[in-house]
Write a protein that binds this ligand. Structure first.
Ligand code: SF4
Length: 368
């Protein structure tokens, strides 16, 4: 393709216009569209809204496992045989300690994640206190991923000062029954709409590599455009042993980067995050994900390990990006407690988190 083709892609997106489904399909599937100029076109858009900033997100599984739902991709579901550590709600003290740690590790946003279909009102009341206390102590945004919530609960969370609510659409409407039977796609959309209605920012993402086709991926990106998702974490399925869902053969670094570019073209101003599977599926091309995406997770994912802090921060710095944090990236890299656990070992190996990774504040953070 001529240079003008790629320039036009960027311009259409920057103008706020959408791309035709045929063109979206070509971006995903056609070798006529070359990867490097495509990434550059996506980067022009990223640069307009996010400059060279990378936002660091750190997840805290405040409740892990024991979920009555059957999401086939999730190690915490009732049908998963994955060997993970299960625990109910962490104590208030532990959650606060972990928020402090996240802040000191450069987090722009701290994400509190719960297993389960959704919280009762007592859990919402506990969350209100946690949100208020974290925000009063640390200059850091808070995101909560509580599962399905009612419009009334959305109001309470908004009044508590919550910045953002996460509820992923995960896949397309058509494909949803293939990945979950205990709740519906519309259940998910209703929670997202309730959050939007009260003025919460919405984080809603997808998981690529669960048997969906190109049309499904395009539909996901367009759905998130239509609901005006503020934040879009794009996960690439991690086939943890014991999950009913098996590894997809379609994932490659080239395909993954095309997916990220497509989401950027269709959601130009969104906080687009390269999420789970970054290390596993992008391998030596991992750094290229920063050109369409402006944020990532540090400290791995819910139950799977990711790269060490040091490797991730070094990658950001070496590629000429900056982190948006109270902390300077060099200070973080030079900090004596920086995590350098060498899971930067086998990129093709899936490593589950252990107790010390899921409850980090119970342990000291000496470099290992
Ligand atoms: S509802 Fe959440 S925690 Fe439960 S199985 Fe589905 S994704 Fe996992």
């Amino acid at each position: 393709m001529e240079k003008s083709f790629y320039d036009n892609l960027a311009q259409v997106s920057l103008n706020g216009d959408t791309l035709s489904v045929d063109l979206c399909k070509k971006i995903l599937e056609s070798s006529e569209i070359e990867l490097l100029p495509l990434l550059n076109a996506a980067y022009q858009i990223r640069k307009k809204y996010w400059e060279r900033d990378v936002l660091i997100h750190i997840l805290d599984n405040v409740q892990n496992g024991f979920c009555p739902e059957d999401c086939h991709y999730c190690a915490q579901s009732k049908i998963s045989k994955a060997i993970i550590e299960r625990y109910p709600f962490k104590s208030y003290e532990e959650i606060m300690q972990e928020a402090e740690q996240a802040y000191k590790r450069g987090a722009f946003r701290h994400c509190l994640v719960f297993s389960g279909k959704g919280p009762n009102d007592q859990r919402i009341a506990e969350l209100v206190k946690i949100i208020k206390d974290i925000k009063s102590k640390y200059p850091m945004e808070v995101c909560v991923s509580p599962g399905t919530i009612s419009p009334e609960q959305a109001v309470v969370l908004k009044q508590a000062g919550l910045n953002r609510l996460n509820h992923n659409i995960n896949t397309s409407k058509r494909h949803y029954p293939q990945i979950c039977t205990t709740h519906t796609y519309m259940d998910r959309l209703n929670t997202i709409k309730a959050a939007k209605k009260v003025g919460l920012q919405v984080c809603s993402g997808v998981i690529i590599g669960m048997g969906e086709d190109a049309d499904d991926i395009i539909e996901m990106a367009l759905t998130l455009r239509n609901i005006n998702a503020d934040s879009i974490p794009i996960n690439f399925f991690i086939p943890i042993e014991g999950l009913p869902l098996k590894a997809s053969k379609v994932l490659s670094p080239d395909f993954g980067l095309r997916v990220l570019c497509l989401f950027r073209f269709l959601n130009p101003s969104a906080d687009i995050r390269i999420a789970a599977g970054r290390e596993l599926h992008f391998r030596n091309m991992e750094v290229m994900t920063l050109f369409p995406c402006n944020s990532l997770f540090l400290n791995g994912y819910l139950n799977a390990m990711g790269s060490s802090d040091k490797k991730t921060l070094r990658m950001i710095k070496d590629a000429g990006f900056e982190i948006k944090s109270e902390y300077n990236i060099d200070d973080l890299l030079n900090h004596k407690d920086i995590k350098t656990i060498e899971i930067d070992r086998q990129i093709n190996t899936i490593n589950l988190k252990g107790k010390k990774d899921l409850h980090p504040s119970c342990y000291n953070t000496e470099a290992t």
